[in-house]
Design a protein around this ligand. Structure first.
Ligand SMILES: NC(=O)c1ccc[n+]([C@@H]2O[C@H](COP(=O)([O-])OP(=O)(O)OC[C@H]3O[C@@H](n4cnc5c(N)ncnc54)[C@H](OP(=O)(O)O)[C@@H]3O)[C@@H](O)[C@H]2O)c1
Length: 246
């Protein structure tokens, strides 16, 4: 028995990259996973694959920009598995580019997914956590918010908003019910470049990801580390990046 065995974990952005790797690792270690994202064929395939390997998984179509979808995701976890121990708020997009390009639609989209999506998850999960007497919020932020670089200003701003949000929530929640964890990955080899419109920026990020990005499983192991701790131990912030990343 590991401390992960038997936990019920809902994951947003579970259809690829870090979310998918996290779902696979936690399910392998005995968690029941509730998979949220928009690409439902991917989620259905992943859920089936986990179940075929003896794990427990269900898929739940989720667009994190819709508050009701997060309520349904949390509701499905409770209906199917009896409770929700952990919400991994991982869904994210990176419509990066110079601020001077004034890609206002891209800014809105990043705020809606990266920030509002996490807030909606918190709104859906907190009442359940309070009622149960325990719960854990894990979010995927970014080293973009730690080392600010050109083209990533707005993306980094959304990630740092989440970092700030979790710290505030942590300070309001010292009664032992809630744990919060913010994980900041550097370059990870995923499909995240798919959300970059600017071809030149996309190429550059892709080159870095393919050149020295770490595998999403490395971040999944950090999620597992955070949630397997005893309930009186909170892993607040973790930075994980390729050893060669500047
Ligand atoms: N890769 C990196 O180098 C890196 C570094 C630091 C932080 N991160 C963060 O890590 C997280 C995961 O990204 P990734 O690298 O694994 O990229 P990815 O493979 O592109 O995964 C992103 C996930 O977010 C989901 N998503 C996007 N918009 C959504 C929406 N409106 N509603 C629900 N789900 C949505 C996608 O699913 P659907 O399209 O199916 O909805 C997908 O499952 C993101 O928050 C990202 O900002 C990544």
């Amino acid at each position: 028995m590991t401390a992960i065995e038997g936990q019920v974990v809902a994951i947003t952005g579970a259809s690829s990259g870090i979310g998918e790797a996290t779902a696979r690792l936690l399910a392998e270690r005995g968690a029941a996973v509730v998979l949220g994202a928009r690409r439902t064929e991917r989620l259905d395939h992943l859920a089936r694959d986990i179940r075929d390997r003896g794990g427990r998984a269900i898929a739940c179509a989720t667009d994190v920009t819709r508050r009701g979808d997060l309520e349904r995701l949390v509701g499905q976890a409770v209906a199917e598995f009896g409770r929700l121990d952990v919400l991994v708020g991982n869904a994210g997009i990176a419509r990066i580019g110079p601020v001077s390009d004034l890609d206002v639609d891209g800014w809105d989209a990043m705020i809606d997914v990266n920030l509002r999506g996490v807030l909606y998850g918190i709104a859906a999960a907190l009442p359940v956590f309070r009622q149960q007497g325990h719960g854990h919020l894990v979010t995927t932020v970014s080293t973009s918010g730690l080392k600010i670089v050109p083209t990533q200003a707005v993306y980094a701003a959304t990630k740092n908003a989440v970092r700030t949000l979790l710290e505030g929530l942590r300070q309001e929640s010292t009664d032992g019910v809630l744990r919060t964890t913010a994980i900041s990955p550097g370059f990870v080899r995923t499909e995240l470049t798919g959300s970059i419109d600017d071809a030149q920026v996309r190429e550059e990020v892709r080159r870095n990801m393919d050149g020295f990005g770490i595998e999403p499983e490395a971040v999944a192991r950090v999620v597992a580390f955070a949630i397997e701790q005893p309930r009186d131990v909170e892993i607040g912030e973790v930075t994980i990046r390729p050893t060669v990343q500047g």
